[in-house]
Design a protein around this ligand. Structure first.
Ligand code: TYM
Length: 329
């Protein structure tokens, strides 16, 4: 079986973008692949985190994975900091990565611009840790949203560089970016991606938002004065809502355009809200139940980490041997 690795940061409450761009695809892919789904807490601390919030979000994120339909028995789900091989491999790979490559990453440029003068070095090194995550498991495929594409390309460059200096060590991973849902946009500023760190909460829908909040946010979503449900770049707000509906319902934007011909935005928005609520409500119920069952969650992340450590360690040992470190035994 081919290997999949993907992860999400517990750095804020998850949005509909995270769900439609990543998790929903993981659920589809889990039967065909050997999957590792990670809660990347080491990545989360590249920006300031309140310890108690980090703890809460880490377990909530794991619960969301399970509640969305990732089956614990079939997949390896774990918390990144439980597998120290990630940090160690990241250091090694850091020495095969150029400063220029890292400072050119658009996500780094965006995030560091926001942080002003106190940018953590970890924010620059972030994509190297991501490369370690992926390369330790011999990953073939990485299902992510469009915003991670550049990090994936860097991962491939680092892997090829290491393989070239020594001998084939890493599998070169391919990105898996869905056609629809890869970039869900902000509801208030549809030129920006939907993000948990947006200033205006009306711009994003959280996976855990209650139905009335979802309705309100979709109602307020920015559209235009044309009044036609059309999938075009000239109507970015409407286009985004069509995208959301299309991914949730599994129908094409064209079918949606046809259906809403001659109908106004009110009905359209109402249906979009209902579709989101229908998708998220059952997940929310399950998350609320799972989050109270700490022992069950622990059994999953413990056995996940055990398996992950075993596989990661094999790769790490190979790396160290090739580099020229003396093996302990
Ligand atoms: P993160 O936590 O920012 O986002 C998690 C996943 O959600 C996707 N995503 C979106 N998709 C569509 N529309 C949006 N508006 C949207 N916003 C976010 C992201 O593309 C991502 O797939 N660096 C990663 C986490 C990571 C990782 C990894 C991923 C660490 N190690 C190894 C894959 C493999 C990140 O910050 O994702």
């Amino acid at each position: 079986k081919k290997v999949i690795f993907s992860g999400i940061q517990p750095s804020g409450d998850l949005t509909l973008g995270n769900y439609l761009g990543a998790i929903k695809n993981w659920v589809k892919l889990q039967d065909e692949y050997d999957c590792y789904f990670c809660v990347v807490d080491l990545h989360a601390i590249t920006v300031k985190q309140e310890p108690k919030d980090l703890r809460r979000r880490t377990l909530e994120l794991l619960s969301i994975y399970i509640a969305s339909g990732i089956v614990p028995e079939k997949n390896t789900m774990f918390i990144q900091s439980h597998v120290p091989q990630h940090s160690e491999a990241a250091w090694l790979l850091n020495c095969f990565t150029y400063m220029g490559e890292l400072s050119r990453m658009t996500q780094f440029k965006d995030k560091s611009a926001k942080s002003g003068s106190s940018v953590a070095a970890g924010l620059l090194n972030y994509p190297v840790l991501m490369a370690a995550d992926i390369l330790l498991y011999g990953t073939d495929l990485v299902p992510v949203g469009k915003d991670q594409k550049q990090h994936l390309e860097l991962t491939r460059d680092i892997a090829e560089r290491f393989n070239g200096i020594y001998s084939p060590t890493f599998t070169i991973p391919e990105p898996y970016i869905p056609e629809a849902g890869a970039k869900i946009m902000d509801l208030q500023e549809p030129s920006k991606k939907m993000s948990k760190s947006a200033d205006n909460p009306n711009g994003f829908i959280l996976i855990m938002d209650p139905p009335d909040v979802i309705k309100k946010k979709i109602n307020r979503a920015v559209t235009d004065s044309l009044g036609i449900v059309k999938y075009t770049d000239d109507q970015p707000g409407v286009k985004n809502l069509i995208n959301i509906l299309s991914v949730i319902k599994g129908i094409t934007p064209m079918e949606i355009e046809n259906y809403y011909q001659g109908k106004g935005y009110a009905e359209f928005k109402n249906d979009v809200a209902e579709a989101i609520i229908g998708e998220l409500s059952p997940i929310q119920e399950k998350v609320k139940e799972l989050i109270t069952n700490k022992e069950y969650l622990q059994s999953i992340y413990k056995s996940g980490a055990e398996k992950a450590r075993y596989v990661a360690n094999k790769t790490l040992r190979k790396m160290k041997k090739k580099i020229g470190f003396i093996p302990e035994e």
